[in-house]
Design a protein around this ligand. Structure first.
Ligand SMILES: *Cc1c(COP(=O)(O)O)cnc(C)c1O
Length: 434
């Protein structure tokens, strides 16, 4: 397997290099040179394969022998160790629950798989690898949990003091072992600047093997394609077309769905659902891609003003607006529409959906209203509603069940190193500890 940069299709890197570098030097994004179709026999018989079998088959065809079968199996078994069930709301509406992992959001799939891949490629290297991550809340928790107790790898998560939710802070600061949280007196941008500066610092990089766990790492995208097959497999077998509706921010999830379709999954249509940060729906309408500063919304994990995977989608769509708008529909909704959808889903189906999933329901309904025939619509439920407890309880006017693994967190002790936002203190701390 080789990967190119969306900015230069002439030079290639290995999977290992793409995983450790995260981003190409030219600031493009890594893409697989080929996304092969899976064998028909496999696609026709998904029902007889486990979620892990599906992951194995996808990777085997994509990686083309880079990782021996036995190793690949154990990477997948370690990374994908929780289910992705489909819940039926009605005959045309299904919800794919992606929140059964440790941080209760779909990002666990990507973070865990990336951790396994890095650990695999790091084997035999006896220099410890130190991963630096800056987080505004969500990603850090998934990455920290993904790398928890991974041999040979230490993780340092930087987060802005007082600017992440109580629960998010607990997810970052209570793991211990190989995970260290740094509470920075500053903003998320300060955290990101500290990480960037560390990579540029020759003293540090001479003595410490540093890497990043960037959200655009190709190793985070690949496992997100597995669950489109897994969802398809759970739908009733009939001839109606299947559409996937994806609540989107940076469009990693949606891009992974496009990978699944290229690999042969018979998806009739992808639908992008966004909140007020409607850059992609606007692009589908006008043909002009206009990033803008993000605005805060109820579905805050989708508050993105310049979606980082746009370049990957553009590349997959053959770099034309025409293909783009053929293969992708896009709709955007306000917070008040989102709240109404959450209440409607609860009153009609007694199903508690989180604000991100509710944006997806709205988009599916709009698409269905215009469609001529009956379809099977699958909405990706990207996080557990208990992650947004105060909002969800206020909107639904009732208590919401909190999963045990979340409730337990509240009891655990916070452990964090507190630092200023100046690079000097961070550098000193890194040098003294690694
Ligand atoms: C990250 C996230 C999203 C957005 O996913 P993208 O792949 O960036 O489009 C949606 N919902 C939740 C809950 C998230 O954490």
């Amino acid at each position: 397997m080789r990967l190119y940069s969306t900015k230069s299709k002439e030079s290639f890197v290995s999977l290992e290099e793409a995983v450790f570098k995260g981003l190409p030097d030219d600031n493009g994004l890594y893409m697989p040179e080929a996304i092969p179709k899976l064998p028909d026999a496999f696609l026709k018989n998904l029902i007889s394969h486990s979620f892990q079998d599906i992951g194995f088959e996808v990777c085997k065809h994509l990686f083309q022998g880079v990782i021996p079968d036995d190793d690949l199996r154990s990477i997948i078994e370690n990374a994908i160790n929780f289910p992705a069930p489909v819940v039926r709301l009605d005959d045309e509406t299904y919800v794919l629950e992606l929140f059964h992992g440790p941080s209760l959001a779909f990002k666990d799939f990507g973070a865990r798989f990336m951790a396994q891949m890095m650990s695999y490629f790091n084997l035999g290297n006896n220099r410890e690898l130190v991963i630096l991550v800056a987080t505004s809340g969500d990603t850090g928790g998934a990455v920290a949990a993904g790398f928890y107790k991974t041999p040979g790898i230490k993780v340092v998560v930087l987060y802005p003091s007082g600017k992440v939710s109580h629960l998010q802070e607990k997810q970052l600061t209570t793991l211990g072992e190989n995970i260290t949280a740094i509470e920075v007196d500053g903003t998320f941008d300060d955290c990101q600047a500290l990480v960037k500066q560390a990579f540029l610092d020759k003293d540090l990089t001479k003595n410490i093997r540093l890497s990043s766990a960037n959200s655009i790492n190709i190793a985070r995208l690949i496992p997100q394609s597995f669950y489109y097959f897994e969802a398809y497999k759970q739908l009733p077998e009939d001839r109606r077309p299947v559409v996937f509706c994806v609540p989107s921010g940076n469009f990693g999830n949606l891009t992974a769905g496009l990978f699944a379709k290229k690999m042969g999954l018979p998806v009739h249509q992808f639908i992008a659902a966004t909140n007020a940060n409607d850059i992609v729906p606007a692009y589908l309408n006008t043909g002009e891609y206009q990033p803008k500063p993000s605005v805060p919304t109820l579905s805050n994990a989708m508050d993105v003003g310049n979606p980082s995977n746009f370049a990957r989608m553009f590349d997959l769509f053959g770099s034309t607006w025409n293909n783009f708008k053929q293969d992708l529909k896009g709709y955007a909704y306000s917070d008040s529409q989102t709240e109404a959808a959450m209440r409607q889903v609860f009153s009609e189906y007694q199903y508690v959906i989180d604000p991100h999933g509710a944006v997806g329901i709205l988009a599916l309904r709009e698409y269905q209203a215009a469609a001529k025939a009956s379809i099977k619509g699958v909405v990706l439920e990207t996080a557990h509603p208990a992650k947004f407890l105060p909002d969800v309880e206020r909107i639904l006017g009732r208590k919401v069940d909190v999963p045990d693994r979340l409730a337990e967190l509240a009891e655990r002790e916070k452990l964090a190193v507190r630092l200023g936002a100046d690079f000097g203190s961070f550098k000193e701390w890194l040098a003294a500890n690694y």
